[in-house]
Design a protein around this ligand. Structure first.
Ligand code: GUN
Ligand code: FE
Length: 430
């Protein structure tokens, strides 16, 4: 075994700081010990240094903060090239920019080239795990998992199911979509660090027949993920009511087809009512909150108070290319403002929890990623509180942990990620 050790401030979580005041783990002068791609120990430098095998080199990151790698629970890799495209709202944006861009992924070569750029961009921003939409084309999924495996990253991804209300070049059928999804599950699910997500794009682009087959796959392969969009935009909600008149609500469409369970990721969850929120909690389905996307597309403001009141599981995500940044720090910045508009004050510690252990819990991967517990994958990042002149100046004004982290969340971006490690290997350095 080869042992690596890193001296820095360490920040991670053992629970949700919003509900547990002892959840934050902070070691101002800390040591992180890694062997064979896994965490061995994390704690105070003074206490751990004696346990290092003689001759182990200690990488000196003093002045920087090590945290677990960020987890982005909802992002579209085929939309990398259309980030920041102008359109008046979700449905025009899909038709004008998204669908034409996704057409190009019928080419596996194009898919591999975009996947490489996308994964490098995630790592530059400190994101080591993401739940990723591919396109309707199975080759877009093969290309993505091939590139992710080559880098040994832990990723969740799946093929979009869409058999109506989309251009014919982006449609499968209920039968072909289910068959291709099953083949991809067998090829990729739990292969090394790759995990499959059954991906119903959203209710308007699937027939009843397709939803039914997706629900059957989800109950046959219980440990796969499910990912979809729900209640993002009021025009979309109205459309779903017309397409599925027998459902009590938009979310209820998915519920009726057996698509609510653990490992089910529901993007946006803006226009839910309390019955929906209670159903999310009862089934342990997880909302993926996408603030930069929701503001950019004018979709609406996620209701944190409502989510907390009903104990609805939440995680946070970029939703690139509807989202406007790959940075989970920029995502926190916008998340905070969305919270404020609803009267909520989100602490920096809660936001960092949501970007790390909270994401791991959303993916049912606590103990594997998300904190520095012994045995976890050594997926971690080096945050630089002095990354820019303004950050350095702001950080110098305070010793208070919450204030330091808050400034990083509000002012930070990819420049604040000094380095990224995946399975103990450095995969990005600024
Ligand atoms: N709803 C259905 N497809 C999409 C998508 O690609 N992005 C967003 N933001 N919402 C969607
Ligand atoms: Fe999305």
């Amino acid at each position: 075994t080869s042992v690596q050790a890193y001296r820095a401030s360490l920040l991670h979580f053992s629970g949700d700081p919003a509900f547990d005041e002892h959840a934050t783990r902070w070691h101002g002068d800390g040591l992180l010990i890694v062997a064979d791609g896994k965490i061995v120990a994390a704690g105070d430098y003074d206490q751990l240094i004696a346990s290092l095998p003689a001759g182990t080199e200690v990488q000196d990151y003093r002045g920087k903060i090590l945290t677990p790698g960020f987890i982005d629970t909802h992002v579209h890799y085929p939309q990398t090239d259309i980030i920041g495209s102008p359109a008046p709202g979700l449905l025009p944006w899909l038709n004008t920019y998204t669908f034409p861009a996704e057409r190009r992924f019928e080419s596996g070569e194009h898919a591999a080239e975009v996947a490489d750029f996308f994964l490098a961009e995630l790592l530059r921003n400190g994101t080591t795990t993401a739940a990723v939409y591919c396109t309707v084309h199975p080759q877009s999924v093969d290309a993505f998992f091939n590139r992710s495996s080559a880098l040994n990253l832990r990723m969740v991804a799946g093929k979009c199911l869409m058999d109506r209300n989309a251009p014919d070049f982006l449609r499968d059928t209920a039968e072909s979509g289910a068959r291709e999804s099953e083949e991809l599950i067998k090829r990729w699910h739990n292969k090394g660090r790759q995990h499959y997500a059954i991906t119903v794009r959203f209710a308007p682009t699937s027939t009843h027949a397709q939803m039914k087959l997706a629900g059957e796959l989800a109950s046959q392969y219980r440990d796969t993920y499910i990912q979809t969009h729900v209640a993002e935009n009021t025009d979309e909600v109205k459309w779903v009511k017309e397409l599925f008149p027998d459902s009590r609500s938009y979310l209820d469409v998915y519920d009726q087809y057996g698509l609510m369970r653990e490992r089910a990721l529901y993007a946006h969850c803006i226009w839910l009512d309390d019955a929906d929120r209670a159903r999310m909690a009862a089934t342990q389905s997880v909302a993926t909150v996408c603030p930069t996307s929701n503001l950019f597309l004018g979709s609406g403001l996620f209701d944190f108070a409502g989510a907390d009141r009903l104990h609805m599981p939440v995680s946070i995500a970029t939703d690139v290319g509807g989202g406007t940044s790959f940075s989970m720090l920029q995502t926190m910045n916008e998340l905070y403002k969305v919270g404020r508009m609803g009267g909520t004050h989100l602490s920096a510690q809660r936001m960092f929890y949501l970007a790390t252990l909270g994401g791991a819990r959303a993916l049912q991967l606590e103990g594997t990623i998300g904190n520095f517990a012994a045995g976890c994958d050594a997926d971690f990042i080096v945050l630089d509180p002095q990354a820019t002149p303004l950050l350095a100046r702001r950080s110098a004004t305070t010793d208070n942990l919450e204030e330091q982290l808050f400034a990083l969340a509000i002012l930070g971006d990819d420049r604040a990620i000094a380095a990224t490690y995946s399975a103990g290997k450095q995969v990005h350095q600024r």
